[in-house]
Design a protein around this ligand. Structure first.
Ligand SMILES: CC(C)(COP(=O)(O)OP(=O)(O)OC[C@H]1O[C@@H](n2cnc3c(N)ncnc32)[C@H](O)[C@@H]1OP(=O)(O)O)[C@@H](O)C(=O)NCCC(=O)NCCS
Length: 163
């Protein structure tokens, strides 16, 4: 597994992630295919202004990307936070790839002394994502209702407190 920066050429990857009913089943359902370029553009703009890391997860350098792992500046209950999120495409799931990718990005953040505490908000129904939070040492704070692009989600709020 290796992480590579997401680039403007990754529209197909974004479409496979954000516009697929299976991938989006815990996130309020798929976005229309036409919206994939804008979702990618918004993410890359956030990277450019220093407010995000966007990586694609490569199972092997010669294979198409398997997913993404990202950290970005956000806000929760009026407070600034740093949020992490991850995706792995169905054909690559269930073999530990998300766990490896999340571990790698957290290690990189620690090494570079970037981001500080990190928050994660998997929906309460998302068993693999909640398992990843637990495994990575996040603490479960509470359940909360979140708005994700107009979708109402019931989420677990996990926090990783680090120096
Ligand atoms: C969540 C997701 C990234 C997991 O990817 P993955 O590569 O399959 O995850 P891993 O193989 O690293 O497994 C993660 C953990 O979940 C556990 N897990 C997997 N499926 C599970 C299930 N149905 N119930 C309970 N635990 C499950 C695994 O056992 C593993 O824990 P372990 O190492 O303690 O055994 C992937 O399912 C996905 O992209 N889903 C759609 C997008 C999404 O929901 N993203 C998260 C938004 S917060």
């Amino acid at each position: 597994m290796e992480l590579q920066p997401v680039t403007p050429e990754d529209v197909l990857l974004y479409q496979r992630i954000h516009c697929d009913p299976e991938m989006m089943k815990h996130l309020g359902g798929p976005f229309p295919k036409e919206e994939a370029p804008q979702i990618l553009e918004r993410g890359l703009a956030h990277v450019k202004n220093g407010g995000a890391w966007l990586f694609k997860v490569m199972a092997h350098r010669d294979f198409p990307p398997a997913g993404t792992v990202c950290i970005w500046q956000s806000e929760h209950q009026g407070e600034p936070i740093h949020e992490i999120g991850w995706t792995i495409l169905p054909s690559y799931q269930g073999r530990g790839l998300a766990s490896q990718a999340v571990r790698a990005v957290l290690d990189q953040a620690q090494t570079q002394e970037r981001w500080g505490p990190i928050d994660a908000f998997p929906t309460t129904s998302n068993a693999p994502s909640n398992a990843i939070c637990k495994k990575m040492g996040f603490t479960l704070l509470e359940e909360c209702d979140l708005d994700y692009s107009g979708r109402a989600l019931r989420c677990n709020h996990w926090k990783l407190n680090r120096k």
